[in-house]
Design a binder for this molecule. Structure first.
Ligand code: CP
Length: 306
């Protein structure tokens, strides 16, 4: 039985197969419409979500399966003190596969150690968000036609941003990847990722504070939200929250084939006047999230469609 805790749980070859499967699903949705007939997905969300929970559910419904679950800790027996390990042992009796989001780093890992069904990490604290990474990889591959030879700008909250941490871990395995890390001093990428992931893999990167200075060099700009929920005090959040605002004027500095991604939700960091720019790929990214999660469910359940 396989789980997905981190993008590194798949080899590059397996990732490529998964992305190929997602593309086949996009092209031939009817072929997969009954692939999961009789199967159930449980979504165990201890933290708010729109895209991750609903796209997992849409993915299972598109495959012919059914869904059950909870969307907040308050509406589950976690509010009475039930542990993650007891919850997953219970849910293993009801469902064939589950997706778990939790504010504590490592909670989905605890779940998979006590689970008899595949567990998908749907985001754990500031740690990892591997299904967002699968979504990001599929989007980059579709808009740029490749996952190597890319300069990727990561902008915003690089300290707490789990989507950024997962994406870096996944991309360093492709050839000739270069990063420009764009953040205020207080939200720099953690030292352990710069050292253990970037330096150890000899990945070229530089750090910038001004988004304008990085724009002309980029193939992909990955914007992120400054996450209120990860700050210990409101004052620091208020000081940081509007540090970066991508608008039409700044987009003029970017190459014509530089695409903008964002895991969403956005607050102010991308002005709505950018949405009509053909390089704004963040809503296409949402759609790709469904195809890639369909591919993931099939892969973890070991279901093959001819
Ligand atoms: N990208 C993402 O994780 O969005 P949600 O928080 O809405 O699931």
């Amino acid at each position: 039985m396989r789980h997905l805790m981190s993008p590194l749980d798949f080899t590059v070859e397996e990732l490529d197969q998964l992305l190929d499967l997602a593309q086949d699903i996009e092209a031939n949705p009817k072929k997969y419409a009954h692939a999961c007939d009789g199967k159930k997905l449980a979504t165990l969300f201890y933290e708010p979500s729109t895209r991750t929970r609903l796209s997992h559910e849409a993915a299972m419904l598109n495959l012919g399966g059914s869904v059950l679950g909870f969307s907040s800790a308050d509406s589950s027996s976690a509010s009475k003190g039930e542990s993650v390990s007891d919850t997953i042992r219970t849910v293993s009796c009801y469902a064939d596969i589950c997706a778990m989001r939790h504010p504590k780093e490592g909670a989905p890992m605890v779940a998979c150690q006590h689970s008899s069904i595949p567990v998908i990490n749907a985001g754990d604290g500031g740690h990892q968000h591997p299904t967002q990474t699968l979504t990001d990889l599929l989007t980059i591959r579709n808009v740029k036609g490749r996952l190597n030879n890319l300069t990727i700008g990561l902008c915003g909250d690089l300290k707490f941003g789990r989507t950024v941490h997962s994406l870096i871990n996944a991309l360093v395995r492709y050839e000739n990847i270069r990063f420009i890390l764009i953040s205020p001093e207080e939200l720099r990428l953690p030292e352990y990722i710069r050292h253990d992931v970037l330096d150890r893999n000899n990945i070229e990167y530089k750090e910038e504070v001004r988004l304008e200075d990085a724009m002309p060099e980029l193939d992909i700009l990955y914007m992120t939200r400054v996450q209120k929920e990860r700050f210990f005090n409101e004052e620091d959040y208020v000081r940081m929250k509007d540090f970066y605002i991508l608008d039409k004027e700044k987009m003029k500095l970017a190459p014509k084939d530089m695409y903008v991604l964002h895991p969403l939700p956005r607050v102010n960091e991308i002005s709505v006047d950018v949405d009509d720019d053909p390089r704004a790929a963040y809503f296409r990214q949402v759609q790709y999230g469904v195809y890639v999660r369909m591919a993931l469910i099939l892969t973890l359940l070991d279901i093959h469609v001819d």
